[in-house]
Design a protein around this ligand. Sequence first.
Ligand SMILES: [Mn+2]
Length: 331
Amino acid sequence: MIPPLKKIAKIIRKNSSFLITTHAQPDGDGLGAQMALHFYLKKIGKQSLVINSDPTPPKFQLVDPRHEIQAYTPNMKLTPVDVVVVMDTHDWQMLGPMQPLIQSMKVPVIFIDHHVTELDEPNEHLIDEAFGSTGELVYTLLRWIKADIDTEMALALYVAIMTDTSSFRFKRTTAHSHLIASELLQKGVLPEQVYQSIYARDSISKVRLFGNVLENIQTSNHGRVAWLSVSRDTREKYQATIEDTEAFSNQLTLIAGVDIGIVFREDSESQIKVSLRGNGEIPVFGIAKKFGGGGHRHAAGMKINGTLQQAITQVCREANEVLKGYPQQTS
Ligand SMILES: [Mn+2]
């Protein structure tokens, strides 16, 4: 951990202009992490640009009060920068249209990320899968630099940590996560306000879609595998958006005895987005990897070409394979 911190601190010190980006369809962790670093860089007199492949979802606008984040457009002209920082992924594919843009700049790129890595030189970057969020990594970096963390940086970091740990519930939530959160609250973050402005936004159509989807949960392998699927027809019937289905996977692993929870979402006629969650020690990263996806050890995902039914059959088979290595817990 220390070598990359030292190296990255030096890169920040020695350079004067930065572009910060995150994965396509940015989430609270990517956005919060990038804004915290962006605010810091501006504060110490550096130039910093934040450009993402996709616009900021309204629920995360609170980390960008002055609308500084730019969304990519095909004919955008970029002013040259010294360094690019990529948050919350180190997979070029995840950057969408920002990928060719950044690669054509031919400047050093630093990944700050907490997904499982197979990079040859992870030490050139700040990547540590033990961290619950990229926000915690950025906090650690800012502390190392002895940055003065103000209220808006604290809010951005809190949003990153809160959303990526699912409100301090996921496995990688550590004592360190809570210590950081404690400090961020002391800087003026109001947890209820943050929570409400991010989560108290469900449309009635989303809640009704959720009702329908829950009604149709399936299980197999003596209840150890549970899955739900959202077809395009269902989504259209409830006039719900793709984003409306994003948190559904959390529900599955709340069912007693479920070891692997899977959400199948029909994004288009032939593409199924699959989200996997493993309870306790059960790893699901390997399943995602088999289908060309990735993520974390206990939360991963991929896209599969085929019909919903084909995806369900294939992925459930792999899930059952994984469970062979983990005898059923009796309680
Ligand atoms: Mn993350």
